[in-house]
Write a protein that binds this ligand. Structure first.
Ligand code: SF4
Length: 92
């Protein structure tokens, strides 16, 4: 519950620039600490939000930072050390 409160209170801050990957629709972040009433699963077992366009910032930005990632085992997002980030100028 402490992590949920932190996630809520920091949800207006930006997403960390070192976040990479994408949502794989595992649905685990929607079950913290108990299943969200808007959580649904499609016929393939992939999660989706029944109020997706109206979802709060804490859901839109999850996981916002590495310290707020409570589902690293299943989440499709991950965080790389800042020194490993390649800027657009360096990639050409
Ligand atoms: S835990 Fe990560 S991959 Fe899974 S539904 Fe949430 S954001 Fe998507």
């Amino acid at each position: 519950m402490k992590n949920k409160l932190k996630r809520f209170t920091t949800s207006l801050l930006p997403v960390a620039s070192n976040r990479q990957g994408e949502c794989n629709r595992c649905g685990e972040c929607c079950r913290l600490p108990f299943p969200c009433p808007f959580l649904r699963y499609d016929e393939k077992g992939l999660s989706y939000c029944s109020v997706y366009l109206l979802r709060p910032p804490s859901c839109r930005k999850y996981p916002r930072t590495v310290s707020e990632n409570m589902t690293p085992e299943t989440c499709g997002y991950y965080f790389v050390p800042a020194k490993e980030l390649v800027t657009a100028d360096e990639s050409v």
